[in-house]
Design a protein around this ligand. Sequence first.
Ligand SMILES: C[S@@+](CC[C@H](N)C(=O)[O-])C[C@H]1O[C@@H](n2cnc3c(N)ncnc32)[C@H](O)[C@@H]1O
Length: 229
Amino acid sequence: MKLVKKIILYLNKHILLKLNLIICRPLLFSHSSNLFDVYCKLDYVRVMTLNLICQQLIEKKVEGNIAELGVYQGSFSSLMSQCLPNKSIYLYDTFQGFDASLFNTKFEKEILSSKLNDFNNTSLNLVLEKMPYKDKCVVREGLFPKTIQPEDNNETFCLVSLDCDLHDPIYDGLTFFYPRLNRGGYILIHDYNDTLYRDCKLAVDKYCELNNISIIPIPDGWGSAIITK
Ligand SMILES: C[S@@+](CC[C@H](N)C(=O)[O-])C[C@H]1O[C@@H](n2cnc3c(N)ncnc32)[C@H](O)[C@@H]1O
């Protein structure tokens, strides 16, 4: 065993870290770790954090539905729905990738506009095919926040994923969802510590400072942050 540990340490330090990979201990104590394929294309820490959060939401009977702003091909949305099968899931996306009007900060205009087509290889049908409970899906197709329907204003949430990469939709997402988050609920913000979509952090810090909210950064692949209430 000592030799195995030595080999893993060597691999981590000298080879894997250079490839942005690392071997770490799996979450052995989680009762529901076989709920879904933890080795799916999303990263392990992100998926298992979702898993633990959902266990917590079930145990504490936190009310409200779930939502993702930034669905792309539906990989994370489908896991959220799989973990909380009784909740409706609101899916906010253009379902055709970014729109040029979303690149609004200096960095986004100058550096990120070349990424305009990064997420356009998707469609609403592709996403719905992936969702485990289609009758629980509430689709909001188009540019957020314009796609917020009058009835959405009366909705409350226990779990929200903000994964829309750019400053303005992240800020708009917090503005809409945070006041509608129930006590005990969570907002997961992807890319908070990412160096590419770095203005996501600006938006989160601005909103949280104005509203006296603390965040928890986590060490998943893109440095997500978590807000709870
Ligand atoms: C990184 S992808 C989402 C990945 C997905 N959550 C996953 O884990 O597989 C970002 C998505 O945000 C969407 N998006 C960004 N800003 C948006 C806005 N204002 N309204 C709707 N969709 C938006 C893009 O269309 C894109 O599909």
